[in-house]
Design a protein around this ligand. Structure first.
Ligand SMILES: CC(C)(COP(=O)(O)OP(=O)(O)OC[C@H]1O[C@@H](n2cnc3c(N)ncnc32)[C@H](O)[C@@H]1OP(=O)(O)O)[C@@H](O)C(=O)NCCC(=O)NCCS
Length: 150
């Protein structure tokens, strides 16, 4: 009898994961930045390198070594900012987004966690509110809410 098991891991994203990250990014590009940027392999490598030098950390959720979702956090001295979170289409509503948020929030000892969400992203906003974030600000220049987790 064959025994099938899956291994779920959250770990830092490495440069060899960027091709998979690009695919997930482009599925949700309209929600990830105010410009709706779509990535090529070249542009995501450059973007990743630039942000690594600016206190950003990238974590991925892997099932059997295949990337299913990612979270990007910025980690300045006094608060944790969740800059991006995305889960592969077809793997949503299976706990991947929650697991990634739990991971970065538990790992971080600071008690203030913030994120932003574009006003048109109703699903993302509902997800964040379900998770426990509250809207604290609206920025009309970028059309986005700032949310705080308590
Ligand atoms: C938003 C997103 C990250 C959620 O990830 P996910 O893996 O589907 O979410 P989970 O399965 O971990 O759901 C966690 C909880 O949020 C709830 N939830 C998920 N999507 C929701 C939605 N659209 N509206 C309301 N609740 C939602 C789930 O029911 C679950 O609740 P529970 O833990 O009480 O059962 C994912 O849908 C996504 O990639 N969206 C596009 C990218 C995006 O919008 N990113 C920025 C916004 S965070």
């Amino acid at each position: 009898m064959a025994f099938i098991s899956t291994k779920n891991t959250i770990r830092l994203i490495k440069d060899y994961d960027l091709e998979q990250m690009k695919e997930i990014w482009n599925q949700h590009h309209q929600f990830l930045t105010s410009t709706g940027r779509i990535h090529t392999t070249k542009s995501i490598i450059k973007w990743y390198e630039n942000r690594h030098n600016d206190f950003h950390e990238y974590y991925g959720y892997f099932i059997d070594s295949v990337l299913k979702g990612f979270i990007i956090v910025r980690n300045p001295k006094n608060s944790l900012w969740i800059k991006m979170l995305a889960v592969e289409l077809g793997f949503q509503f299976q706990g991947v987004g929650r697991a990634l948020l739990d991971f970065v929030i538990q790992k971080n000892e600071k008690n203030q966690t913030y994120t932003e969400c574009l006003i048109g992203n109703i699903k993302g906003l509902n997800f964040l509110i379900t998770y426990g974030f509250k809207i604290i600000k609206f920025d009309s220049e970028y059309n986005e809410y700032t949310l705080k987790h308590e």
